[in-house]
Design a protein around this ligand. Structure first.
Ligand SMILES: [Mg+2]
Length: 292
């Protein structure tokens, strides 16, 4: 039986990563739209699971519509590491009086705000020198520091985050630990891990990870959609260290696609192999469905 037939035959629920599987930035990946439509034609349950906290659920839903012409994915079938972080924070912080220092992009601030969580730190900041730090007054309400991909990341942000973690004893949180992300089929650039590593190096402490590969996201998916049978659920992603390990951690099957982060030359070094390796999501297209 071919990988395509096996996937369609064995599984009812498909957890699908987005970046590097469906698109690179704003460019759709060939075959992805047709593959999703094939899965829909076979009445499969589709849940999109992204470690990209730089996009809101609305923005991912919009990309599915505009880039892939997939119009009928409800918001509850899209979950991001930004959402899981917000849910985690909301379960433990005093939202009226506590704040988050946020190293991230605008969309993450929006996701937190949608959950009633106050944060600051997004966007460019003026450089501060040693004298400025001597007199810098910490906001005592900051109890959490989140470190993720931020195009404005700087020594000034690093120092401010460090001070909140050290002097306020704030909790160190990361929505994802992706080392690299794909901006095209061949080019990858540093991801959230590069920002966290700078903080971890001075703190000698690792952040709590809220996205894949931590199974917390799977717990949230099951809270929303009911218990998923591990035997009929498969995680499809382009990153071995996050997507495939997430599948391993959740006890579900895994399919690695080679259109993004993990490359064919990496496969031999994997200590445990994914159940399937596909050239791309398009491998599961149904060629009989001519008009999809
Ligand atoms: Mg990906």
């Amino acid at each position: 039986m071919t990988a395509r037939r096996k996937l369609l035959h064995l599984y009812e629920t498909f957890l699908i990563d987005c970046d590097g599987v469906l698109w690179h930035g704003d460019l759709p990946i060939s075959g992805a739209s047709r593959a999703i439509k094939t899965l829909q034609a076979y009445k499969k349950q589709l849940i999109f699971v992204s470690n990209n906290c730089g996009k809101t659920v609305d923005q991912i839903q919009w990309k599915l519509k505009t880039l892939l012409n997939i119009n009928d994915i409800p918001k509850k079938n899209i979950i991001t590491s930004g959402v899981s972080t917000a849910i985690y924070l909301k379960s433990k912080m005093k939202v009226d009086s506590e704040k988050v220092f946020l190293i991230a992009q605008d969309a993450f601030k929006e996701t937190l705000s949608d959950h009633g969580i106050q944060s600051f730190g997004v966007g460019p900041v003026a450089m501060r020198d040693s004298h400025d730090w001597t007199n810098f007054e910490l906001d005592k309400s900051v109890k959490y520091v989140i470190a993720s991909h931020d195009p404005h990341f700087s020594y000034t942000k690093l120092t401010e985050a460090y001070l909140y973690l050290q002097e306020n004893n704030a909790e160190f949180i990361a929505p994802d630990c992706d080392n690299l992300f794909s901006v095209s089929g061949s080019r990858r650039v540093p991801g959230s891990l590069s920002v966290q590593a700078a903080l971890s190096a001075v703190l000698e402490k690792e952040p709590k990870i809220m996205g894949k590969p931590d199974p917390f996201l799977f717990e949230l998916i099951q809270r929303e959609h009911g218990k998923l049978s591990p035997d009929t659920t498969v995680m499809i992603g382009d990153n071995y260290k996050t997507d495939i390990k997430f599948g391993f951690n959740c006890g579900i099957s895994t399919a690695l696609v080679l259109t993004g982060n993990s490359k064919p030359e990496h496969i031999s070094s994997f200590e445990r192999k994914p159940d399937f390796v596909l050239d791309g999501l398009g491998d599961i297209c149904d060629n009989d469905l001519e008009n999809l």
